[in-house]
Design a protein around this ligand. Structure first.
Ligand code: NOJ
Length: 718
């Protein structure tokens, strides 16, 4: 590699740091340039958004055979929750609380993407998000840094496999570094106002976990913290990410992130933007073209160093070596593999399993679900019941709407031969159209049960898809009201990429199954659960607020000096009610983190610890007995939280520290064991370094963050 570096001109070096889009887009700066000519001239090191064995091979050939040094290209793409076989959106996958399943999902995506010439994915998105107005909450693992860290590492393993040199593994990217999810007001790209403590406790851990799992790239975020945009944030990129975490892979800008330093107001012109970014530690300039065009002048002026440029180039070349491109630049461009590894029955099966696992039963009064397959007539109603596009969710890679089994199709495929399935759209997702209500009512009248498919369309969450309201859009709630008045057993199937404020629905609808956006196998997976072939067991990886006014609301909050009582909104006159409350709302969320029902019930008992006292640095064994007390087999997500009663820094009211998704037959009892160590009891002390302090702790176990049994222990000096 050093020999190659020594032969490179400055322009060829900067070419390696230049990543344009495959096809020029409206946000590209400057006039469209001839990509092929640029490859020949060694002015492009990697591409964003080119896929396909034939397309990548054609361009790779130009790089390898027609450029002076023959350095192969890297093809990067956003492979986020599946490539062609689209899996549930990442937030939904997080709801499975199934680390192995999430890893397999990323593995399938890697197998498909690499067969289409892709070497590098811009995933996993590991941003913690506590604000559901932020549309990109759909792309992450929710609000909890522990769950987020485990899933970040799982996805890295899934994408990168155990051997980056294999032909079905690709480079992963942990993004967006850092606190992108803390955008004020939930407005995308907005400023993040976070303390260093919150950065370290909440936003940084999933990045650290991804680095420990060997992630090969990290993408800088669009936000700024304390006046310093992340693309210029030397302290966090070179300081925390590289020096503290020991990250030695590629740091890539986000799309035009380098140029955006001008709009941020820290750079007066492109050259200044390029200087700031390179000095901060951004190796690759995605789409701005500034490194290529403006760094030569900056180098001449002594504003950047040759060492910084060379180091960045080394990291890019190293990635190319690692994926094996110097041995065989065409190894990812095999049309046969492209055909045989795409949308295979096994991949579809994995997507169906994952989707099934990600469904969350929010409510099920009177056991409306599961439905019998033998009912005479079932009405499937709602604008999302037959919407193929929306089932794919926010990033659909090479996914196609035509591959999707809609909820309606899934129900039709599952019912017994004599069962009639009626369909009415009822209304559109947004807008004020109620012209379909009569038809919907007529269809419901004929039916023995109603499945009402409502929520958001897939393009209402994702990048630049922030909302100021979390209500179900359009006339859909009115449609629900009309149908509920008909009195038929009714289950709402709720599609969304974010927590929604469904307080009214939660009160009135007997049953609500949260489907998120389940991917290509949506209909089959839903039918599996709707008809009880499988019991739902997903859990909320993020809190559902009662109204948008409660946001941000998350389970691991601080207690405050005046914690509210559950009914503190009731009596506004009482002087002793000067608590941290709202006058017009209970202080609790609508559905808490970790919540989710199943078709059976579970009982937790005998939470026991192997010691009442452990020394600082010691370990603790925790056991709890979980019994399936209902009549059906089901998975259960056993959750373990920890709380320190008093410490030198205010502790959160509880923190998830372990979980296990287990399966229990009716009547079966299992002892679930967890082992806690220093990492699980530590917090960032006043010096902002992790410490375990002597003191009393509570350990809490249960099936959600609010339904818990507890035991106590003490950490003693030593
Ligand atoms: C912008 C997004 O923020 C990022 O997540 C994505 O990887 C890039 N665009 C490339 O598409």
């Amino acid at each position: 590699m050093e020999a190659l570096l020594a032969r490179m001109t400055l322009e060829e070096k900067l070419g390696q740091l230049n990543q344009p889009r495959g096809l020029p887009s409206v946000t590209d700066a400057g006039p469209p340039e001839d990509r092929e000519e640029q490859i020949r001239a060694g002015r492009i090191g990697s591409f964003l958004g080119i896929r396909g064995a034939a397309a990548t091979k054609r361009l790779q050939r130009i790089a390898v055979e027609e450029s002076r040094l023959g350095i192969p290209l890297l093809f990067a793409d956003d492979v986020i929750h599946g490539f062609r076989t689209i899996f549930p959106v990442p937030l939904a996958e997080a709801a499975s609380f199934d680390v192995a399943a999430v890893e397999s999902s990323a593995r399938v995506a890697a197998v498909e993407a690499t067969a289409h010439g892709v070497h590098w994915t811009f995933a996993p998105m590991v941003d913690i998000a506590r604000d559901p107005r932020w549309g990109r909450i759909v792309e992450g693992s929710g609000e909890d840094p522990y769950l987020g860290s485990l899933l970040a590492a799982a996805r890295v393993r899934g994408f990168q496999g155990s051997d980056l040199g294999a032909d079905d593994t690709l480079l992963a990217t942990a993004k967006h570094f850092v606190a992108y999810g803390a955008a004020e007001g939930g407005r995308d790209y907005n400023t993040a106002e976070v303390s260093e403590r919150t950065l370290r406790e909440i936003y940084l851990p999933p990045f650290h976990a991804a680095v420990k799992a060997g992630v090969q790239a990290v993408m800088a975020a669009f936000d700024e913290i304390a006046g310093v945009p992340m693309h210029a944030n030397r302290e966090l990129v070179r300081g925390v990410l590289r020096r503290e975490f020991g990250f030695d892979g590629i740091v890539i800008s986000d799309h035009t992130g380098v140029r955006e330093l001008i709009a941020h107001g820290v750079a007066a012109d492109p050259q200044a933007a390029g200087v700031l970014a390179l000095r901060a530690g951004i190796d690759i300039d995605m789409v701005s073209g500034i490194y290529l065009h403006d760094l030569p002048a900056a180098l001449r002026a002594g504003q950047v160093s040759q060492t910084d440029i060379d180091d960045a180039v080394r990291r890019v070349l190293r990635a190319k070596y690692r994926v094996g491109l110097f041995n065989d630049p065409y190894r990812y461009c095999d049309p046969t593999r492209e055909q045989t590894r795409t949308l295979t029955p096994q991949h579809r099966k994995a997507a169906r399993d994952m989707a099934r696992k990600s469904l969350v039963l929010l409510k099920n009064d009177g056991n409306v679900l599961p439905l019998s397959k033998q009912l005479r007539t079932i009405a499937v109603i709602g604008p999302l019941a037959d919407d193929q596009r929306s089932m794919l969710g926010s990033w659909n890679g090479a996914g196609r709407a035509e591959d999707v089994v809609t909820p309606l199709a899934g129900v039709r495929a599952a019912v017994a031969a004599g069962t009639r399935v009626l369909y009415a759209k009822g209304t559109s997702v947004s807008g004020a159209d109620s012209s379909g209500f009569d038809e919907a009512q007529a269809v419901a009248r004929e039916a023995d049960a109603v499945l009402l498919c409502i929520g958001e369309q897939s393009d209402m969450s994702g990048e630049a898809r922030s909302r100021s309201s979390l209500d179900i859009p359009g006339m859909q709630e009115a449609l629900a009201r009309t149908l509920l008045a008909g009195g038929k057993p009714l289950a709402v199937i709720l599609f969304t990429g974010r927590p929604l404020s469904i307080t009214w629905l939660a009160e009135k609808a007997p049953s609500i199954l949260l489907a998120w956006f389940p991917g290509v196998e949506a209909g089959h997976a839903l039918a599996d659960v709707i008809f009880g072939t499988e019991s739902p067991a997903g859990r909320l990886p993020v809190t559902f607020p009662r109204t948008v006014g409660q946001v941000p609301i998350y389970y691991n909050h601080k207690n405050t000096g005046r914690p509210p009582q559950p009914d503190d909104n009731q009596d506004r006159q009482k002087p002793d009610k000067n608590t941290s409350r709202y006058l017009d709302l209970p202080p609790t969320p609508l559905y808490p983190f970790g919540h989710g029902l199943s078709y059976t019930t579970f009982h937790y008992a005998d939470l026991r610890l192997n010691a009442q006292q452990i020394p600082q640095g010691g370990r603790l064994q925790v056991q709890v007995d979980v019994t399936n007390t209902g009549a059906r087999a089901s998975d259960e997500v056993v959750q373990l939280y920890v709380h320190e009663n008093a410490a030198s820094v205010t502790p959160p009211v509880k923190q998830l520290r372990r979980f296990q998704r287990i399966r229990l037959r009716p009547g079966e009892r299992r002892t679930v064991a967890f082992d806690l160590g220093s990492d699980d009891l530590a917090f960032y002390g006043l010096e902002l370094r992790p410490i375990v302090e002597p003191g009393k702790f509570r350990v809490l176990a249960g099936g959600s963050s609010v339904s818990l049994i507890e035991a106590t222990f003490e950490v003693v000096p030593g």
